[in-house]
Ligand binder design. Structure first.
Ligand code: NAD
Length: 372
């Protein structure tokens, strides 16, 4: 396949992560053409120029629309705040580009639907940045589950906790405004939903409770403003497969920094995983003498592919940014018409619908079915 031309919009936390992935995908995997890092867009020409020189892009602009006309651009990486995703992704798709857009899809369900329609019309590859599903450990857990390593799965618990909203004195920001979303649910609850989708398929129905640990937050200029969304959500779910799931998300959980803790209980065993310790998992298999049974901790190694592409030695650990490199390799496969482990706009829309159903359930105080 010919070298892909890349345009990147946004160069914050995730923009840098995408840029590093585009730079690393050839050295790590060795089986792709070197992507051409053509255009980088930021909020001003000056900032764009500075970031382009740091991240290895040929051209810089303060107006992302200007590079959509360049026929050499094949893929647009969108790493701007959530409220810009719809406008940018739809424009890129309409300009005939493949799109790699950060999660969540959009702040409004109608926007996510428009994004999916634009993707379907374009025939281009349009995928979301659900990097946690790329962890070789998660891939291995999926294999173990499909091989029946813990029998019939009957109950799943998944919790995502961080503490960036835990301090009640943190000033009010757009994060606490309804315009930015429901709170923990769509801000990062979509990550555990991406794992659930990858391991167990789509959600069928939900019932939700939500909590506001802080009713109001101080304004930086003095005074206070009412918090409009919820930092904590607890959800009971039924998957289409019939599996019963408990999802808990909390962005005000002191001490938790990047926890996505998964517990899968089956008829003959259990599997445990936590993103804060992303290079290991635990498995309990109820066989052999009872007195010898217990959880075994398994460390990631080159046999959990594609770990081997990064380091040949087991137990030496991959990191967060490496997951983006794997996602990038999957995207190149998808663009080449090959099967890929990615969440596209179609499945991403189902995740968005699950989130909106959860919020609806909280408002209605009852179970809500997720639209297929
Ligand atoms: N996949 C993950 O694990 C993960 C982790 C964190 C954030 N995210 C998602 O990534 C996205 C970005 O989050 P972030 O933490 O990188 O934010 P950030 O604030 O660090 O970066 C956003 C960047 O976009 C730029 N930007 C804003 N408007 C722009 C415009 N009109 N044109 C060009 N550039 C513009 C900003 O200047 C900034 O550099 C969000 O959607 C977020 O939900 C994903």
């Amino acid at each position: 396949m010919a070298a892909l031309g890349i345009g990147l919009i946004g160069t914050g936390y995730m923009g840098k992560c995408h840029a590093m992935a585009w730079n690393a995908v050839l050295p790590v995997f060795g089986d792709v053409e070197a992507p051409r890092l053509l255009h980088l867009a930021e909020t001003s020409d000056e900032r764009a120029r500075q970031r382009a020189s740091e991240l290895g892009f040929e051209k810089a602009t303060g107006d992302w629309r200007t590079f959509l006309d360049d026929p050499l651009v094949d893929v647009v990486s969108i790493t701007t705040p959530n409220q810009f995703h719809a406008e940018m992704a739809i424009a890129a798709l309409e300009a005939g580009k493949h799109v790699w857009c950060e999660k969540p899809m959009a702040t409004a369900l109608a926007d996510a639907e428009r994004m999916q329609e634009a993707a379907a019309r374009s025939g281009k590859v349009a995928v979301l940045g659900y990097n946690y599903i790329q962890n070789p450990v998660i891939r291995h857990i999926r294999r173990l589950l499909s091989e029946g390593a813990i029998g019939e799965v009957n109950h799943v618990r998944i919790e995502m906790d961080e503490d960036f909203m835990a301090d009640p004195t943190t000033p009010f920001s757009t994060r606490s405004a309804l315009a930015s979303g429901y709170g923990a649910l769509d801000d990062f609850g979509v990550h555990p939903l991406s794992l659930l989708f990858t391991l167990f398929g789509h959600v069928e129905s939900v019932v939700t409770d939500m909590v506001k640990p802080s009713e109001e937050r101080p304004l930086s200029g003095g005074g206070a403003r009412k918090v409009e969304n919820h930092d904590v959500a607890s959800v009971l779910m039924r998957m289409e497969s019939g599996t019963s799931v408990v999802l808990m998300v909390n962005r005000a959980a002191w001490g938790r920094k990047g926890r996505i803790a998964l517990q899968v209980f089956g008829s003959t065993g259990s599997i445990l995983y936590d993103q804060e310790r992303m290079n290991e998992f635990e498995i309990y298999q109820a066989n052999g003498p009872t007195e010898n049974q217990g959880f075994r901790k398994v460390l990631a190694g080159p046999y959990h592919q594609p770990y081997d592409r990064f380091v040949p030695a087991p137990g030496h650990s991959l990191g967060f940014n490496d997951l983006k490199v794997i996602e990038c390799r999957e995207l190149i496969a998808a663009i080449g018409g090959k099967p890929a482990n990615l969440i596209d706009f179609k499945d991403g829309l189902r995740i968005e619908r699950s989130v909106h159903a959860m919020a609806q359930s909280f408002a209605d105080r009852g179970w809500v079915r997720v639209e297929a």
